[in-house]
Design a protein around this ligand. Structure first.
Ligand SMILES: [Cu+2]
Length: 166
């Protein structure tokens, strides 16, 4: 199983980040910083009525000299938030909580995206709608906690949100 992060020069991560930002409408690109950690464009999809779960995606870059795992996260609309990994097991997409959090390697970048690592929102009390913003937090083992804001949009435009119904 391949690990979806770029373990190479910080430059490569920066270029990937810039390419991602360039692909998005300027109005929704936003970023947050804590210590050596930079978080780019947290976003989520609209949750259909009747559904109680959602997922958050973002890019995390670590400019520091040491690895720093993302150990927990919160989302204001959710009763519970977990860090998940999606993988293919015998041709079936499955997701499970990530033990010990997601390692953000020194000088590296990790993208949380549909089909891979994501923040899982459970027991949603307020359903994300297109164009809304949701507050949340991310906690890193070394850099500590940072407040973020998720933009709700349909980037990707597919139905892979349905992956989260099982
Ligand atoms: Cu999940």
């Amino acid at each position: 199983m391949s690990i979806p992060f770029v373990r190479s020069a910080a430059l490569r991560g920066a270029i990937a980040g810039l390419a991602l930002i360039a692909a998005m409408p300027a109005a929704i690109a936003h970023e947050f910083k804590v210590g050596d950690i930079e978080i780019v464009h947290p976003w989520s999809r609209p949750t259909p009525p009747g559904d109680k779960v959602g997922a958050g995606y973002l890019v995390i870059a670590n400019a520091g000299d040491s690895d720093d795992p993302l150990v927990s996260a919160t989302f204001e609309g959710a009763g519970r938030t977990e860090i998940h990994q999606m993988s293919v097991d015998n041709g079936v997409m499955k997701m499970r909580p990530v033990e010990g959090g997601i390692e953000i390697p020194a000088g590296g970048t990790v993208e949380l995206k549909p089909g891979a690592f994501h923040i899982m929102f459970k027991e949603l009390k307020r359903l994300p709608k297109q164009g809304e913003k949701f507050k949340g937090t991310m906690t890193f083992e070394k850099a500590g906690e940072v407040a973020v804001e998720y933009a709700v949009d349909k980037m990707g435009g597919d139905n892979s949100h349905n992956d989260h119904k099982n």
